[in-house]
Design a protein around this ligand. Structure first.
Ligand code: FEO
Length: 170
């Protein structure tokens, strides 16, 4: 059984994951509007990943006999300066999420909830991948100054990304 505090914090994280999903979907819409279909695809897959992260928390709360309570999703930005700015904001956001996951882990330790600690370890590892993947794209974009033929090639590459539900693979 989850403690009330653990249950509340896990519910808050469902909301944070849905906010992330909405954030990336908004980026995807913006990228479509400026003709970067590959980057738009990458962000749409990112959106799907965040939904899968949210549902993993959802299922876990149910599995532990807790109560899922969905909260309102606050507004997300709609506009960015350019593609470098978008990936900078993505990296910044993923670093914030890493902080949230680490805080959840701290709470699981304080609550002596060993099962939650084991569950949260998946997210700790996932965040390493999330940050490193975004950093790689950002480095490439900076290399070509976010424009010209280089950008065209990167956008083509980002078009290849497909959704793989990592929550059921690991
Ligand atoms: Fe759910 Fe991008 O972390």
């Amino acid at each position: 059984m989850l403690t009330k505090r653990m249950e509340l914090e896990l519910n808050k994280q469902i909301n944070a994951e849905y906010w992330s999903a909405y954030f990336y979907l908004s980026m995807s819409a913006y990228l479509e509007s400026i003709g970067l279909a590959g980057a738009a695809n990458w962000m749409r897959i990112q959106y799907q990943e965040e939904i899968s992260h949210a549902l993993k928390f959802f299922d876990y709360i149910v599995e532990r006999g807790g109560k899922v309570e969905l909260m309102p999703i606050s507004e997300v930005p709609k506009k960015w300066n350019d593609i470098i700015n978008i990936f900078e904001e993505t990296l910044k956001h993923e670093q914030i999420v890493t902080g949230l996951i680490n805080k959840l882990m701290d709470i699981a330790i304080e609550e002596k909830d060993h099962a939650a600690k084991s569950f949260l370890q998946w997210y700790v590892d996932e965040q390493v991948e999330e940050e490193s993947g975004v950093q790689t794209i950002l480095d490439q974009l900076k290399m070509v100054e976010g424009k010209g033929n280089g950008l065209f090639m990167i956008d083509k590459d980002l078009k290849q990304r497909v959704f793989v539900d990592s929550t059921i693979q690991k």
